[in-house]
Design a protein around this ligand. Structure first.
Ligand SMILES: [Zn+2]
Length: 377
């Protein structure tokens, strides 16, 4: 944490990631890794199309005789919405899964409906128990680890697992893609799949056990990871995905409405990413997204630097949105401020799967097989 300030000379990642490493040319580990992983973009378009065609054929073959070929997640955002359109164009039969955690903006709900109805895509909406989920979110804010969205992210994956298990669906097609979100900082966000972490934080700050929240059992997690079940297909990486063009298409053809920022379809996500994270932790997630866009050539480094210099949150929106979030969480603004003032913690400060003695050893063995013996691809 004590290293002097440094910013990458190729992207705009900097020492706000405590684990960042620079080479002699001043390039960081994040963009170096991005260019390695993005080798698929160097393939000729017809080769990428051929690869996609074989994946789609396999999905249709596995889905034969079943209700659906794949699960898709829909948040109402650009990536997942565009992905839904492409899935239908490829002739696949998707089941859309949406998580209602109580924070979705009306605009997001409207966008999902405007898209799925004309595409004739079935929608399964998972509604979380609000009273318990509110307590869980408050517990995570009190825990003071950087990523307050871990419970929502966990619930989404749990919903994918449940849908794929219920309908025997072998594939999950998602809008995650290297071009717009291929850079992640581990220290800023850890524990998405970690049921032990979520249970321990809830218990520590409420004194209760979770009763309704859809936790992923460790046995299910291990089985699904080892067996690649459901298998993830990163559809947009096979295409020449251009987010701005996708947004225009969504607006022109489906009446989709813009939110004004990545993941801003949820009020909580907007406030957490735009204000809580930079304000309390000094982390600005825009830095990851903008750096990815620089790597993928959708933005110049100068444009990204100009963008990051603007406020992460509209100053005039902080007070009303903070009041809204506090009220929805059932506390006063003064109590919310007191929670924000609690000392910062890390994922490892709480019981989790990685620091569980048995699971930790198992994880080491899994990594050994994965990396050394190419047990799984
Ligand atoms: Zn870099």
């Amino acid at each position: 944490m004590s290293q002097p300030y440094q910013i990458c000379t190729r992207c705009i990642m900097d020492t706000s990631d405590p684990d960042i490493v620079f080479d002699d040319a001043g390039n960081c580990n994040h963009c170096r890794a991005w260019f390695t992983r993005a080798a698929i973009y160097n393939l000729p378009p017809q080769e990428r199309a051929r690869l996609l065609e074989s994946v789609v054929e396999e999905m249709k073959r596995r889905g034969h005789g079943r209700d659906y070929d794949c699960v898709i997640g829909v948040s109402g955002g650009v990536d997942s919405s565009f992905c839904a359109i492409k899935v239908k164009e490829l002739g696949l039969r998707p089941l859309a899964v949406h998580l209602d955690n109580g924070w979705n903006s009306e605009k997001a709900v409207g966008n999902i409906k405007r898209l799925l109805d004309p595409l004739h895509i079935d929608l399964s909406t998972i509604v979380l128990n609000w009273k318990e989920f509110r307590e869980l979110q408050l517990a995570f804010l009190r825990a003071s680890t950087p990523d307050s969205e871990i419970p929502s992210d966990h619930a989404i994956v749990a919903a994918f697992y449940a849908a794929s298990s219920q309908h025997r669906i072998g594939y999950c097609v998602n809008g995650i893609n290297l071009r717009t979100e291929g850079i992640h900082v581990r220290e800023w966000s850890q524990g998405h799949l970690d049921s032990r972490y979520i249970k321990s934080v809830y218990r520590k700050f409420t004194g209760k056990r979770l009763r309704h929240f859809p936790l992923i059992p460790v046995t299910t997690l291990v089985r699904n990871i080892v067996l690649h079940r459901p298998r993830n297909v990163f559809l947009l990486d096979y295409l020449d995905y251009d987010k701005q063009a996708a947004k225009r298409l969504l607006m022109d053809r489906y009446g989709w409405e813009d939110y004004g920022g990545k993941h801003y379809e949820s009020v909580y996500t907007r406030f957490y990413q735009g204000w809580i994270l930079p304000h309390k932790f000094g982390y600005d997630k825009r830095r990851m997204h903008l750096s990815t866009l620089v790597c993928s050539g959708h933005m110049t480094r100068s444009e990204a630097l100009a963008e990051i210099s603007r406020p992460a949150y509209p100053p005039e929106a902080v007070a009303p949105d903070k009041a809204f979030v506090a009220k929805k969480l059932g506390i006063t603004v003064e109590e919310f401020d007191a929670v924000m003032a609690l000392p910062r913690k890390r994922y490892g400060d709480y019981p989790n799967l990685q620091n569980h003695w048995a699971f930790g050893r198992g994880l080491d063995v899994f990594r050994f097989f994965k990396h050394t013996l190419h047990w799984v691809s």
